[in-house]
Design a protein around this ligand. Structure first.
Ligand SMILES: Cc1cc2nc3c(=O)[nH]c(=O)nc-3n(C[C@H](O)[C@H](O)[C@H](O)COP(=O)(O)OP(=O)(O)OC[C@H]3O[C@@H](n4cnc5c(N)ncnc54)[C@H](O)[C@@H]3O)c2cc1C
Length: 274
């Protein structure tokens, strides 16, 4: 993380800066990147070069769309500054190039102001057609897309499907104060994605909202046992985060302990697909 300019609302960031560092640095100024992907470990360089999306994308686009310029280390050893006006072809082609055009060593991104809390509504749908129609009306409706749903403002949209006839849209809006709700904490016993079924309204601090998926990186923390009540009590909170799960998965990929157990139990081999 190189610099935050709170007046211009921009940040200068090195390619390998994780979103966790980036968010901590910008929140200190009451600002956040326009799009913050799900996991703390994702880097700005990775999200721009490999693309990204999250719950503000319906109004802010993808992470690369808030990059205003970048310094790229090219194959001939030069560092080239690319923007809409300098080396504009490299600037336009860089997103989704997976590092094949060069390596972004420094990026300047736009930031937006935050409020202390995000108030959430989990709206249930019995049919995916109904959910898709609601997404369309929130994202496409009116001159200012995403401004409201059922009379409440919408600044964040994401969705979770438990089965074809049980899906939820989570609609969030900025809130300056907590109101009647106490902010929830899903780094302890409670599990965020389960709460979506159990309660229709919720409140999170902005930081907890941005990292709501990181503790129970849904298909991963369960597979590693972190959602089992006993294991959860024994597993220190500071180690329930995506970089720890990444390391455990890397160890499994290297040594195959779970795969051996599966073979002994007569279970078929698992293929991990993201
Ligand atoms: C479990 C999981 C959950 C995810 N959830 C989300 C999500 O919620 N939202 C979202 O947007 N995405 C999500 N992603 C996707 C993720 O954002 C992309 O895979 C992203 O590209 C990963 O970035 P990384 O920093 O891990 O980079 P890597 O995976 O290390 O790199 C991605 C690609 O970019 C290239 N690259 C990396 N840094 C640079 C650089 N500085 N200059 C040039 N090329 C570079 C690499 O060579 C590689 O080709 C998720 C991925 C996983 C595995």
């Amino acid at each position: 993380m190189l610099d935050v300019d709170p007046v211009a609302r921009t940040a200068d960031v090195q390619g390998m800066c994780t979103y966790e560092r980036l968010v901590d640095a910008t929140l200190a100024h009451g600002l956040m990147p326009l799009v913050v992907p799900q996991l703390k470990t994702i880097t700005l360089g990775g999200a721009v070069t490999g693309l990204g999306i999250e719950s503000t994308s319906f109004r802010n686009g993808l992470p690369h769309e808030s990059v205003t310029k970048l310094d790229v280390l090219t194959g001939d050893g030069r560092i080239v500054t690319a923007s809409a006006t300098e080396h504009a072809d490299l600037f336009a082609a860089f997103p989704n190039s997976y590092g094949s055009l060069g390596y972004a060593v420094r990026l300047r991104i736009e930031l937006e102001p935050v409020q202390p809390y995000v108030a959430l509504r989990h709206v249930r749908f019995d049919s995916l057609d109904g959910l898709a129609a609601a997404v369309e009306s929130i994202c496409m409706g009116g001159e200012q897309p995403g401004r409201e749903h059922d009379g409440e403002p919408v600044h964040f949209v994401d969705g979770v499907m438990f089965s074809p006839d049980e899906s939820y849209l989570t609609l969030g809006h900025w809130s300056a104060d907590a109101g009647p709700l106490r902010p929830s904490n899903y780094t302890g016993d409670q599990i965020y994605y389960r709460s979506i079924r159990d309660r229709s309204r919720d409140l999170l601090t902005v930081r907890d909202y941005l990292w709501r998926w990181d503790t129970d990186w849904f298909w991963c923390s369960a597979a590693l046992g972190a959602q089992h009540p006993v294991a959860r009590r024994l597993w220190p909170v500071r180690y329930r985060r995506s970089d720890v799960y990444h390391r455990l998965v890397a160890l499994e990929n290297r040594w195959g302990a779970m795969a051996r157990l599966d073979r002994l139990r007569g279970r078929p081999a698992r293929e991990r697909v993201v």
